[in-house]
Write a protein that binds this ligand. Sequence first.
Ligand code: NAD
Ligand code: TDX
Length: 357
Amino acid sequence: MINTETILVTGGAGFIGANFIHFALKNRPNWQIVNLDLLTYAGNLISLATLPVEHRSRHTFVHGDIRNTDLLARLFQQHAFAGVIHFAAESHVDRSIRGPQVFVDTNVGGTCTLLQASLDAWQERGRPADFRFHHVSTDEVYGSLGLTGAFTEQSPYDPSSPYSASKAASDHFVRAYGRTYDLPFVITNCSNNFGPYQFPEKLIPLMICNILAEKPLPVYGNGENIRDWLYVLDHCSALLRVFEKGTAGQTYNIGGGTEQSNIDIVRQLCKIMDKKLGRTAGASESLIAFVTDRPGHDFRYAIDAAKIKEELDWQPQYSFAEALRNTVDWYLANMAWVDSVRSGTYRQWLELNYDKR
Ligand code: NAD
Ligand code: TDX
């Protein structure tokens, strides 16, 4: 007889959330997941249609908004959640520059509504010490680095974009609920993810799709900005480790230790894809177009992941080169997924963001 645990996952139809649900149902046979997702442009149930048949009965999808107090109260009454893993957010920096309000509403307001519902239920159930509110956050809250150094859990908050400011505010609210009401939380701040099911507005899937379609490859500024890349499955294993073994009240930085400039990433993708598509060497690189920089563009992110490595014995398993090849293969094999997540509103976004750059 296995001890079943029911976990509330928010945003589980998005990129990292969907990967996490696949990963957790496979690795935790005693988990039941209730997945609450609004299905914005970035969330799509077809990312979960590939769940193996034998795992599907342990996944319950609820179409709804983390800002809906009544819905949350109902869910917490129906289930004695062992914890909450909170992915739901507006996640794209460029969109936050064009329209910050929804980032405040969802990332700050939605997180507060979810925190309050979690607190109410946790108090009603006699404040179980093993409950966890796991807030999934980003390294962007720490701002921008110069050529040296790396973000630790002690780095001061210094967000640049409306997106990162909204994530920083949500982190502060989570800590405030911990300090004020003792709600047991953990926060993870992770670097740039890539892999299957990532919406093709983010750098890597956008470039893969444009290379395939022989469209221009829009590199912001001079392309020298640096990100610390982590394969999404390595992020998933880190999340599971922190959720289960992390100390309440603690923050853990997660990163792959793989720093790459944007232009290097684009060139690697061009090389990999020229080979796979049987194109002449250098053919795709000729599509690179340097375009107007992102306003407030952070120069460099790098994560010092010593704490999660030493305290929780977590290590990434995938090399960057292998993971990048896996990702290209996944997109080439799943262009039907890409076509179905690219709605009319996504096409309008492409015009708005790129046409006059
Ligand atoms: P995503 O944009 O792919 O998915 C977000 C999901 O949240 C979507 O399914 C969307 O429908 C859902 N959602 C949005 N608003 C909602 C609401 N009001 N109620 C319920 N659901 C809602 O994002 P992602 O890249 O998977 O990121 C997931 C989380 O991880 C975010 O909190 C993000 O800040 C964080 N994060 C992302 C990265 C990255 O590289 N992608 C890195 C570090 C941290
Ligand atoms: O068309 C593009 N051209 C380009 O040069 C796009 C979309 C991006 N870029 C650059 C901007 C960044 O320096 O590539 C880099 C990566 O851009 P994004 O994929 O938009 O990611 P980033 O802004 O770094 O934020 C991501 O990582 C941290 C996620 O979107 C966030 O949700 C996460 O918190």
